[in-house]
Design a protein around this ligand. Structure first.
Ligand SMILES: Cc1ncc(COP(=O)(O)O)c(C=O)c1O
Length: 395
């Protein structure tokens, strides 16, 4: 062991600790739900999970995973094209394609994997990627892995996007990439306009709808459904690790040509194992449960509205957005972390996000709605917000 090296890492960690920005893992001892048991804290209410539809602990979703484990065993012990594909992968992919209104879909072990695995296949040397400045880290890394030139436009600024498109008309493929729902703001990409601009300037669109899948649109088909442009976005990526069961997994939904090319050339597809069958089966069931019960999406949004209104009534100023993400800006990272810890002492789990996840000085508490929450859970959480907000001098 190189002691000096490890000591230098220790110094960096202690520096984070002294600045109050060190993140601490919280260990849960029961399934993800409205209320969970947390080690050292007892029962707490969760307002910081992406378990938007409450399907993480749904009996049918659990049962589907259990049956797949019995049926397929632990895994394939191989990458997909060698001998690593189960029929449940095809079933899941066909279901995702029909749910997303696309010709075909391909699963990945995560949406991180999907974004970093797909973008370098879709565009390369001589092409241009035009990317929203607030895109998720996995898009940014996917863009970095591609050999295409990068252009950034100001967040959701359609005039600047148009300028960027004009500036690269001589390039090969122009790929516009954006989050559907922005994870730290909760706002939406103006997808109707993006689709219009893509048409006008002969560009291709990729939307990462990880926080929109299962959340936006009446049927939970995402931001494209919300804006009435389902089937008009070239490539949609999404996660199975949030609304759709919450275990892990990601997907790309697109034309049959894109999916075939990814199957042939996307590096995680050809150098790494597939999604475990248990997760594929649970995610498939989660989509089926959602398709059979759109009142889940409604309950999620009713709860989000109730949370937003309750926070405002108590003197907070959450950012206004139509998604299930309700950020409250509080300033410094250490302040956000301290407030989050105080809320946890009151039995409410809300994560504080600071630099480098969000810009310096724009730290926030990110409250998230879920269909798993009942009004009593939300009322209790709002009371805790009032108490902690007063204690820290925010109210
Ligand atoms: C917009 C966005 N894309 C991708 C991801 C990564 O998803 P996964 O956990 O499936 O890798 C996240 C997760 O936080 C996300 O918010």
């Amino acid at each position: 062991m190189n002691q000096e090296y490890h000591q230098s890492l220790e110094n960096s960690i202690r520096e984070m600790e002294s600045k109050g920005t060190l993140k601490r893992l919280r260990y849960l001892q029961s399934p993800m739900d409205a209320r969970v048991r947390m080690e050292g804290k007892g029962e707490i209410i969760i307002l910081s999970s992406n378990n938007y539809l409450g399907l993480s602990n749904h009996p049918q979703v659990i049962q589907a995973g259990r049956e797949a484990l019995q049926h397929y065993g632990a895994g394939t012990a191989s990458v997909r094209f060698i001998c690593g594909t189960f029929s449940i992968h095809r079933e899941l992919e066909q279901k995702l394609a029909s749910f997303m209104g696309s010709e075909a879909a391909l699963s990945y072990v995560s949406c991180w994997n999907a974004n970093t695995g797909a973008i370098p296949v879709l565009v390369g040397e001589g092409d241009v990627i035009i990317s929203d400045e607030l895109n998720h880290a996995s898009i940014i890394d996917g863009v970095r892995l591609s050999r295409a030139r990068r252009l950034i436009y100001k967040h959701a600024d359609m005039e600047e996007l148009e300028e960027r498109l004009k500036s690269c008309q001589d390039a090969g493929t122009r790929l516009i990439v954006t989050d559907g729902v922005f994870s730290m703001e909760g706002d939406l990409a103006p997808l109707q306009r993006i689709v219009e601009l893509a048409r006008a300037y002969d560009a291709v669109t990729l939307v990462d709808d990880s926080h929109g899948t299962g959340v936006m649109g009446r049927g939970g088909r995402g931001v494209a459904e919300h804006f009435g442009v389902l089937g008009q976005v070239d490539v949609i990526t999404g996660t199975l690790g949030k609304a759709l069961g919450g275990a892990a997994g990601g997907f790309v939904a697109s034309s049959s040509q894109v999916i075939e090319l990814l199957t042939q050339s996307s590096r995680p597809q050809i150098f790494s194992n597939a999604l475990p069958a248990t997760i594929a089966a649970s995610a498939l069931k989660a989509v089926e449960v959602l398709e059979g019960n759109s009142s889940l999406v409604k309950k999620l949004h009713d709860n989000a509205e109730y949370l937003r209104a309750g926070l405002r009534e108590r003197g907070f100023h959450p950012l206004d957005a139509p998604s299930a993400i309700i950020p409250i800006l509080v300033g410094e990272t250490s302040f956000a972390i301290r407030m989050s810890e105080k809320l946890l002492d009151e039995g409410i789990f809300v994560t504080g996000f600071g630099y480098p996840v969000v810009p310096e000085g724009k730290a926030r508490l990110r409250v998230q709605s879920s269909a798993a929450l009942e009004r009593a859970d939300i009322d209790q959480a709002l009371e805790a917000f009032s108490k902690v907000g007063t204690e820290v001098g925010l109210l």
